[in-house]
Design a binder for this molecule. Structure first.
Ligand code: FES
Length: 287
């Protein structure tokens, strides 16, 4: 098949298990050795510029880098909450700007992690946007369980993932029982925010996340009970990828990885590493 020629054989592609084994080491290195592995320039204080971020490893395909993670926590009632960095005012050349940045798990977490593919224009991602941080199930979902078991707009709750160690993709994609996914939106509530302006999120609960997070400062601070969240926007041309959504992904040996069917980019949700990209500035005052 022609598509198979794009990524010939398994050759240098890391197989899933190997990726999982290496995940803790990679993430740990990213958390502690960032300066040594990245040629980063300090971002402009007024928004945009080269940014370091923590995200999924980009394994294959044309995407330039991984997708950024959204750090999360679980509240006392079991609802999942995305962490939004604290806002602060900074002064540059006599002008005052509001930025959202905060150190989490030894990493400088910034709202600019999501400044690509239009993320820099989303109302909910403005540093001072009047938004709560719960994840809500999105109206459009790639998963049948979500259509039948929960309502669109409902807040994401740990109880909905009780079967995460047995969950199987509808089309029997990849390894069964390694996690359960959901499509959600974040900081996108309110009448004035249309569906085209929601912040797309992919949530996965997996035992592999729990294992990988153990002893890693960043992952312990940004994941909980095996839940991980990513800003679900392909860094190539901005499509919405999926985890265990299409059997087409099996052609490339990526049944256990996030797959973008637009141009076959592949991301590993179990290998979180520090990377850098050029963040775009916001076009308003809340830079
Ligand atoms: S691979 Fe091109 S948009 Fe995802």
């Amino acid at each position: 098949m022609a598509d198979e020629d794009k990524y010939p054989v398994e050759s240098d592609r890391r197989r899933f298990v190997k990726g999982v084994v290496g995940a803790a080491a990679v993430a740990g290195f990213g958390a502690s050795g960032a300066a040594a592995v990245n040629t980063s320039t300090p971002p402009s204080p007024v928004g945009g510029g080269v940014r370091n971020f923590m995200g999924t490893e980009m394994v294959d395909g044309p995407a330039p880098n991984g997708m950024p993670q959204i750090p999360l926590e679980i509240d006392d009632e079991g609802y999942l909450v995305g962490i939004w960095p604290e806002t602060q005012e900074i002064e540059v050349d006599g002008e005052t700007f509001v930025i959202a940045e905060e150190e989490i798990g030894g990493i400088e977490y910034s709202s600019e992690w999501y400044h690509y593919c239009g993320g820099q224009t989303l109302p909910g991602l403005a540093p001072t946007a009047d938004q709560e941080n719960y994840f809500h199930y999105s109206e459009i979902t790639q998963y049948e369980w979500q259509q039948s078991d929960v309502d669109a707009g409902e807040r994401v709750h740990v109880d909905h993932f009780d079967d995460y160690m047995e969950w199987e993709a509808t089309e029997d994609i990849g390894t069964s029982g390694i996690g359960k996914p959901a499509n959600a939106r974040w900081r996108s509530e309110g009448d004035d925010i249309g569906s085209a302006e929601t912040v797309p999120v992919l949530i996965i609960r997996s035992e592999l996340i729990e294992e990988t997070a153990a002893g890693d400062d960043w992952l312990e601070a940004s994941t909980e009970d095996g839940f991980i969240a990513v800003f679900n926007t392909c860094t190539h041309f901005c499509c919405i990828p999926g985890w265990k959504v299409t059997r087409e992904s099996m052609q490339f040996g990526t049944g256990d990885e996030i797959y973008c069917q637009c141009h076959q980019s592949v991301y590993d949700p179990f290998t979180i590493m520090e990377q850098s990209f050029v963040a775009l500035p916001r076009e308003d005052d809340d830079l």
